[in-house]
Design a protein around this ligand. Structure first.
Ligand SMILES: Cc1cc2nc3c(=O)[nH]c(=O)nc-3n(C[C@H](O)[C@H](O)[C@H](O)COP(=O)(O)OP(=O)(O)OC[C@H]3O[C@@H](n4cnc5c(N)ncnc54)[C@H](O)[C@@H]3O)c2cc1C
Length: 617
């Protein structure tokens, strides 16, 4: 590294330059999605009411006034997070001479919120103002930290983007240090992982999101809430069509994906309890289980891995053996410590060519993992082909009949068995058809050129009318995969667990010497780590979302990773990490959901079609 103070040789470089992080990133060709927002707080003169207190008052966060209050000697600090008119700063870069300096205050801008603060803290109304502090704070598009390795550069790390960095800084530093030293962190830090953003997030998107994040900083947020700022940034060709059919969209890695399809005139409501989409999502689920549904899954990350050493390479970094030609398998990449780093659906297109699919948000992460673990001598080409292919999942017991109306290809189980891949034509469109379904029904993912997506979708929905085809969204997909006991990357599948601890033994081939194998075996011998369990929950009017505490014998023994109502199996389901002693079938636990201790029992997974008969049909 060449600096003004001389040249420094370092094994690792961490970009922890705060507001300057985008400028430091640019020096090595890395785009950092950070926008500086101006924040101000006031310090009052001493107040009698504060002087008379026997104890220091706690820091108070007031969503109504959108302010925080903190004791400062014998006075108060009042800091508003304006819910409108917040100002980004130095969008073209910060002058290098600026070093933790302050900006000229502008108290008029804060007046509506300061006035609201006087209602909460009446003593503030007549307080003298000693000082106004104004300075820039880094904001990312989702308000979270950016830590972790940077794509494409070995040993170059980020630790920046902190909106409340005095509070969060020590934790971020601790986990980054673990990551740099051991190749993984002891807890799941996916929400801070810097590769959750790509080049699509730079520019106007980052600015709109940062301003919105600032405005919303002190508001109450709900599960499933995706605010409009900066959107849409990436859509598939059928976006307008889905919108006209009532799609309510979520945003993942910039992609707009339908969450559910609202009936005409129904606006989505948010809340912590079951929302107004509940019954409609139930209908979507039942239609998929009884008839057939179609969902746009184009956002999945897609990689073409090819070359003479592709098989050896994949066998080395994946815990499952790669499939035979024309077959599909599920395989996990593990860290050296045995934790689950990535999950791939691997299709073998020919002897030297594989098509890998993974979670939408994992695109940069997974591409980076594949590229970084390629040995120099290995003749393997890894190509990110996500944008080249759109994908529609057509699934449900009538999916074969529906597709048969649009293709000459033989779709019966002898010619096209479960977990196989074929290049066929559907409605005249060349598709790579994979017989897999994340909802656990007979079904095909149809991967095809983006430019054909409209005609393919149109044909499926037109012919599908006779079969009662429905559109379905992510909420239904999530409920259905929970019924089927399928784990999700980032929630159940994290570096915290080995595949054994996550109950994925059937996807591990211990005959092959894959990366992380020794650690997996060692941990399974010790059996000290948490276990993933599948739970039937006596929920009241809210299901688990993930991160709810799990209790047994009057103490905390675990944490949920995700949850949903299983409409077809008629009960609320959750996954949780728990201490091994509480992982036995039948173990009685409690989950705290919105303050209610809900009884939960460890059950055998899955609740739906345990023998995969529907998938094999
Ligand atoms: C008015 C105000 C009030 C705040 N209140 C709170 C609060 O109550 N609680 C809270 O948690 N947070 C608060 N914050 C936010 C907090 O200060 C930041 O989130 C935090 O400082 C960010 O830490 P950082 O290490 O990422 O960046 P910084 O603290 O900005 O540190 C980055 C460092 O990198 C150095 N640097 C940059 N470029 C170079 C270079 N090329 N070479 C060498 N060094 C370089 C800079 O000089 C700087 O020292 C407040 C911020 C402001 C402005």
């Amino acid at each position: 590294m060449v600096t003004e103070q001389g040249t420094i040789v370092a094994d690792h470089v961490v970009n922890a330059a705060g507001g300057f992080a985008p400028q430091i990133g640019a020096m090595v060709g890395v785009q950092v999605p950070i926008v500086n927002m101006i924040h101000q707080y006031l310090v009052t003169e001493d107040l009698d009411v504060v002087k008379s207190l026997e104890r220091e008052i706690p820091v108070v966060r007031d969503p109504r006034a959108s302010c925080y209050y903190r004791q400062e000697r014998q006075g108060l600090i009042v800091g508003p997070y304006e819910t409108g008119g917040a100002q980004p700063w130095a969008l073209d870069g910060i002058d290098w001479s600026f070093d933790a300096e302050l900006l000229p205050p502008d108290i008029d801008r804060l007046l509506p919120w300061l006035e609201a603060a006087t209602k909460r803290v009446p003593a503030f109304e007549s307080a003298g103002i000693k000082r106004v502090v104004s300075g820039p704070i880094t904001h990312t598009p989702d308000g979270g930290f950016l830590i972790g390795p940077v794509e494409g550069l070995e040993n170059f790390w980020l630790c920046c983007g902190a909106g409340i960095g005095i509070t969060q800084g020590p934790g971020a530093g601790k986990y980054l240090a673990q990551w740099m030293t051991h190749g993984q962190t002891e807890i799941n830090v996916r929400e801070m992982e810097c590769r959750r953003f790509g080049s699509w997030s730079i520019g106007d998107y980052s600015v709109s999101k940062a301003v919105d994040e600032y405005h919303q900083m002190y508001q109450v947020h709900y599960p499933g809430e995706y605010r409009e700022a900066g959107r849409p940034v990436r859509t598939t060709p059928i976006y307008e069509k889905l919108a006209s059919r009532g799609a309510v969209f979520a945003e993942t890695f910039g992609w707009e994906r339908p969450k559910w399809f609202a009936p005409p005139g129904v606006e989505e409501s948010y809340g912590h309890r079951r929302m107004n989409c509940f019954d409609t999502v139930g209908e979507e689920c039942k239609a998929v289980r009884e008839r057939v549904g179609v969902i746009d899954v184009s956002a999945f990350s897609k990689f073409d891995v090819s070359g003479p050493d592709a098989e050896v390479f994949l066998d080395r970094i994946l815990a499952n053996r790669v499939p035979r030609r024309g077959r599909v398998t599920l395989a996990h990449a593990l860290t050296e410590l045995g934790g689950i780093e990535s999950e791939f659906t691997v299709s073998r297109l020919d002897e030297q060519r594989f098509y890998l699919l993974s979670a939408a948000v994992a695109r940069i992460h997974d591409h980076d993992w594949l590229v970084q673990h390629r040995h120099e001598a290995e003749r393997v080409d890894v190509k990110d082909v996500t944008e080249d292919y759109a994908a529609l999942l057509v699934t449900g017991p009538s999916s074969r009949e529906l597709l048969s109306k649009l293709t000459d290809a033989d779709l019966n189980s002898t010619a096209f068995p479960w977990l196989s891949a074929r290049e066929i034509e559907v409605a005249g469109v060349p598709v790579r058809a994979l017989r897999v379904s994340y909802v656990g029904e007979l079904g095909w993912e149809l991967h095809h050129a983006m430019r054909h997506m409209n005609e393919l979708y149109e044909a499926l929905m037109t012919v599908g009318k006779d079969f009662g085809v429905v559109d379905f969204g992510l909420y239904a997909m999530d409920a259905l995969r929970m019924e089927k006991g399928y784990r999700a990357w980032g929630s159940e599948l994290t570096t915290e667990l080995t595949p054994i601890e996550a109950g994925l033994e059937r996807f591990v081939d211990f005959n092959s010497p894959f990366m992380g194998k020794e650690a997996v075996l060692k941990r399974s011998r010790e059996s000290k780590e948490s276990r993933l369990v599948y739970l039937s929950v006596e929920a009241i009017d809210a299901d688990a979302h993930g991160n709810e505490p799990v209790y047994a014998d009057g103490r905390l023994v675990g944490l949920t990773t995700s949850g949903a109502f299983g409409y077809v199996v008629g009960r609320s389901i959750a996954f949780a990490f728990v201490e091994p002693a509480y992982a036995e079938l039948g173990a009685e636990l409690e989950i705290s959901i919105l303050g209610n201790r809900c009884a939960a029992q460890v059950i055998a997974d899955p609740l739906y079609d345990a023998r995969n008969q529907r998938l094999r049909a």
